[in-house]
Design a protein around this ligand. Sequence first.
Ligand SMILES: *Cc1c(COP(=O)(O)O)cnc(C)c1O
Length: 346
Amino acid sequence: MQATLTIDLGAICDNWRALDALSGPSVETAAVIKADAYGLGAATVGPALAAAGVKRFFVAQAEEAVTLRAALGPAPEIYNFSGFMAGDGEAITGHGMIPVLNSAAQVKAFAKSHAGHPCGIQLDSGMNRLGMEAVEAASVALDTAALKPDLVMSHLACADEPLHPMNAAQLAAFNAMSFALPARRKALSATGGILLGAPFHFNLTRPGIGLYGGLPFKNARPVVSLELPVIQVRDVLPGEAVGYGTTWRTTRPSKIATISSGYADGIHRAAKGFSLYAGPTPCPVVGRVSMDLLTVDVTDLKEVPPRLSLLNTTQTIDVLAEKAGTIGYEILTSLGGRYHRRYISC
Ligand SMILES: *Cc1c(COP(=O)(O)O)cnc(C)c1O
């Protein structure tokens, strides 16, 4: 039996509106729905956000742009962070993808084959991941000007740490580098940058994780809940071991529930000290996480319900991430393909 992942589209749209309200009326708030909307389903999340008023979307690969175009129809603009790569021609001319060019080589290649098509430019303000540094940007300044980029953007490395000196340094670098580049839209901020305040907003922001209920957007409405079916409940004598490697033993007469979900479903094997919830009551996960199964100590429950909850308003993606030594982003993008995805509409 499948577990049920419930995705609240109304909460996603509310989170977008709340992030949009954090910047001035002249600032447009786009939506990042790369990696299948952080695992939640771009073909469903995209149209919901478009209906809420999102006009510009960002993905990370041309194939994502093509899939998203089919779901969104012709109107919204779809930018691709990875820019212009071999084989992307059809996504650009056939599906209206706008590449965000991120190297001099990409600018030159795009100018040669797609002059006249819209594009964006990514500058590197210090992260050294994608985008052109000042000298590289200067080397293709003429080609860039001729392309009339629709967007100039950069990305912050430490926006989730408001006091990190990197934020001011990248802001200054982006201001200096983008000054000479004419573009209708300038964008520096993802979710974290929006929270850093107006100097970081320019006239377009690109939130992702905040839409999906994750930190650093503390005021986000939670978006996902996850209910896992109980396959069986067994009685275990004191001193017996549970699970692979006999890493956990009972110390009292116990009831152990075996749950139908495991690391193949994105429940990290490295996670320690997490629980499944029966209503408000936490039941500790004991023993190792298996590929398809979890074992849970339900001794203290009066009655074991048919399903236990892994993600809810108490054990959020960020609480679980902390226990797995990762971030909420990775909890979301790990959510497996075996869940039944149920959408609550706006
Ligand atoms: C993923 C990404 C975003 C969205 O970031 P969040 O932290 O999820 O808001 C924005 N811009 C770029 C370049 C990204 O790669």
